[in-house]
Design a protein around this ligand. Structure first.
Ligand code: ADP
Ligand code: ZN
Ligand code: ZN
Length: 742
């Protein structure tokens, strides 16, 4: 029998991960020891016994076999913070297909000395009365920037300087002039331990509504009984979910436990943070991408040492090394950003459930438009579902009209604005109210449809739309099926069959032609390249520096605009036919969020959805803000076609320097899968939607199975084959239940 060797890491810190030591695996541990397990090994000249972690197994010895030492024992069920992180890395490795080292690098913070950053805060100097009178004066003189700072200072005696220049979009000289006027003082501190520090931790608890209290009581009483459940709160924006999270967190902290709150980075607004800071003072900390690695490391140390109880942040905040987590909250659980794009491609929702299992914590998910995954699990009884139906922030749901663009064309309107939308835009401009124009364009959507009858060209095998490739062919992103682009619509014979090509810039131009003098702001990938530009555009719009905000999906999140009374969705079809199985879900979410942006203030709102498929269920149910009906139809489609969450899917991506060899390799891999004799379906291989990036050719195939473990098994076999073949110029990546098609 061949010898078996294990790579053991003895110093589990991010920096030493690439330096494992090899040990021999004694016979009795064979078949038991696997990557992620904790072991004891003899170390150094004195053979002192120390703890180590297994990261890989191999039958090759990289060293002198005669001098390779044996592993002494496997340590079961470690309980330390580190043991839990190792176990978590093991879970990620197994479930998402990465190496143990990659998984460890994901969960362990990189050690970095914290540079003492200069950190400035702005502190209130004037009394409240003086501030109020100065605020009144600024408002009269229409000094909106000054007024913003003063209003904030009234709420908060001390504000980080970056919030003012960044989030509030106020220039340095304006702050200086307020300092001269004696309203505030700019203070420098050299430590930057806590990104936001409040001097006053004002108690600002709301007494919960009956519906909110019911949720809190149900979850807590289960917690008391020792039940650690997963709960889904389905409630529109403003229905009081955050208030529920905070109450639950407070109760869990009282028991000496810690809480993690995940929020999509884009929704991590100052207002939200402030509410947490006001409630939990300096026991709460924030993790976001603007922190330096040193600051992040510092936050982790504070968490480990028990200096904080709550951390708020995006996906990666899940790996905060708290000793005893009691609760994990995932707000806006449906957001695509919870799935990691780098390797390992883990999903924060599933990974959170594992963290909760390791710690004995409960998980609360919240969303206005839950992911099909979460709602499906709730329907099955794995999660407990709660609903909040009333908006506590006031405002009413807007009146929505769906405009049939086919009809517009028939009646001679070739403009990108329907007559209804033009009418309403003119009305708002007259009244001095604000509007939002939304184009739900994403990625490389290149689908083809008929502008006369709305017919979309679809793959006969996968029931997703075909995408237009260079040279006039239409290709399926899943299976590679392709056909020539027709010159006439196969349904109605019209010659108006084409792709959509409208961007935000074009919309802005057309709008200005239609309404000369209209003040516009544009938000898209181009206008938000620099840091803070996103916030600056939003606050400029909030300060009524424009009549119309034109943008992509970025604008439907984050800020509230009480002055907006009209939302126009220019072409709902853009996200409806992207060529992957999630496009209806994404469209429903986007349309629901977009439509909900109108009428948040005192004036009632209206929304117009323009589309070539006015009868499509995602459009109809979004217009009615009716999640349940949408879910019913969508889950049926997923079940019939075997897409997640009804089944599981593995995307295998192959990257190659040479086109031919990549193609051959992809086919060989797919053939291996097909020959395994499993209950599966293989789609492809085909060239990826973007077939070449930076001179690297990309191929992909998909495997569908009802059983997740079957897909893991397939991944393991493919990895073995890969090792055996040792391809030189190619690489492979696995993506479980992918969020996009490739
Ligand atoms: P969501 O997280 O669902 O968007 P929030 O918790 O942010 O909802 O609540 C929306 C608004 O309603 C916030 O301004 C919040 O302060 C307020 N609010 C929430 N719960 C209550 C309550 N029980 N009583 C009064 N106001 C509340
Ligand atoms: Zn047609
Ligand atoms: Zn297909």
């Amino acid at each position: 029998m061949k010898e078996l060797y294990a790579d053991i890491i003895v110093d589990i810190s991010h920096e030493k991960l690439d330096r494992p030591f090899q040990y021999r695996v004694p016979e009795k541990m064979r078949g038991i020891l696997e990557a992620g397990m904790c072991v004891t090994v003899p170390f150094g000249n004195g053979n002192k016994l120390i703890k180590g972690y297994c990261v890989a197994l191999s039958d090759k010895c990289n060293f002198d076999p005669a001098r390779t030492k044996d592993i002494v024992a496997i340590v079961k069920n470690g309980v330390g913070v580190e043991d839990k992180l190792i176990a978590l890395a093991g879970f990620i490795r197994r479930s998402y297909g990465s190496t143990m080292i990659q998984a460890l690098k994901t969960v362990l913070p990189a050690k970095q000395s914290v540079k003492k950053l200069e950190h400035r805060t702005v502190e209130r100097v004037m009394s409240r009365e003086e501030l109020i009178s100065l605020l009144g004066e600024s408002e009269r003189k229409k000094q909106t920037a000054k007024a913003r700072v003063l209003r904030e200072l009234l709420e908060q005696p001390s504000i980080p300087y970056e919030w003012i220049t960044g989030k509030l979009n106020v220039s340095g000289p304006t702050v200086k002039s307020l300092e001269k006027a004696g309203a505030l003082r700019i203070v420098s501190t050299d430590s930057y331990r806590n990104p936001v520090k409040l001097t006053e931790s004002a108690e600002c608890k709301k007494s919960l509504s009956e519906a909110q209290q019911h949720i809190v009581d149900s979850i807590l009483s289960e917690y008391e009984e020792g039940i650690r459940g997963t709960y889904l709160i389905h409630g529109i924006t403003g229905s009081g979910k955050t208030e529920v999270y905070m109450e639950l967190i407070e109760q869990v902290i009282k028991k000496g436990k810690q809480a993690i709150v995940l929020i999509p980075e884009i929704a991590l607004t100052y207002q939200t943070l402030l509410r947490f800071y006001k409630r939990f003072g300096d026991r709460v900390s924030v993790m976001n991408s603007t922190l330096s690695p040193g600051e992040k490391y510092d936050q982790c140390e504070r968490a480990k040492n028990g200096e904080i109880d709550v951390i708020i942040g995006p996906r990666s905040a899940l790996f905060t090394p708290f000793p005893d987590i009691g609760l994990i909250v995932i707000d806006e659980e449906h957001e695509g950003s919870y799935k990691s794009e780098g390797t390992p491609k883990y999903h924060a929702r599933e990974t959170a459930l594992e963290v909760a299992r390791l710690h004995g914590a409960s998980v609360v998910l919240g969303s206005a438009t839950p992911s099909l995954e979460a709602y499906y699990r709730a329907e099955k009884g794995d999660y407990k579902l709660f609903t909040l139906t009333e908006r506590l922030t006031g405002g009413t749901l807007p009146d929505v009209s769906i405009v049939d663009l086919r009809q517009e064309l028939k009646e001679g309107n070739r403009s990108i604005f329907s007559r209804r939308l033009q009418e309403l835009l003119a009305d708002r401009l007259n009244k001095g109210q604000q509007s939002i124009l939304f184009i739900n364009r994403r990625g490389y959507a290149g689908f083809i449809s008929c502008r006369s009858c709305g017919h979309v060209m679809k793959c006969p095998h996968c029931d997703v739309s075909l995408s237009e490739h260079k040279g006039g062919s239409l290709v399926c992103h899943y299976c590679g099926y392709s056909e020539y682009k027709p010159v006439k619509c196969p349904e109605c014979g019209s010659k108006y069959i084409s792709g959509f090509r409208a961007g935000t810039q074009q919309i802005e131009e057309k709008l200005k032609e239609l309404f000369p003098g209209v003040r516009t702001l544009r938000m898209d990938a181009d206008t938000t390249k620099t840091k803070d530009s996103y916030e600056q555009i939003l606050s400029a719009f909030a300060n009524e520096e424009a009549d119309v905000l034109i943008g992509t999906q970025m604008i439907v999140k984050g800020h509230d605009f009480p002055k907006v009374t009209l939302v126009g969705v220019l072409a709902a079809d853009l996200s409806l036919s992207v060529g992957d199985y999630r496009c209806s879900e994404r469209t429903f979410q986007l349309l629901t969020q977009a439509v909900g942006r109108a009428g948040r203030g005192r004036e009632p709102g209206e929304a117009v959805i323009q589309t070539y498929q006015p009868e499509h269920y995602a459009v109809v149910h979004a217009a009615n803000q009716d999640y349940e009906s949408f879910y019913e139809e969508e889950i049926l489609y997923r079940e019939l076609s075997g897409y997640p969450p009804a089944a599981h899917m593995l995307a295998v991506q192959i990257f190659a320097k040479m086109e031919e060899s990549g193609k051959v390799l992809a086919k060989r891999l797919a053939d291996v899968v097909k020959s395994m004799g499993l209950q599966i379906q293989v789609m492809g291989p085909s060239s990826a939607a973007i077939g070449k990036i930076n001179d690297i050719f990309r191929f992909v195939f998909y495997v569908k199975s009802e059983n997740y473990d079957t897909l893991i098994q397939i991944k393991d076999v493919l990895e073995e084959k890969w090792k055996e073949w040792q391809p030189k110029w190619e690489s492979v990546q696995f993506d479980f239940d992918p969020m996009n098609s490739f």
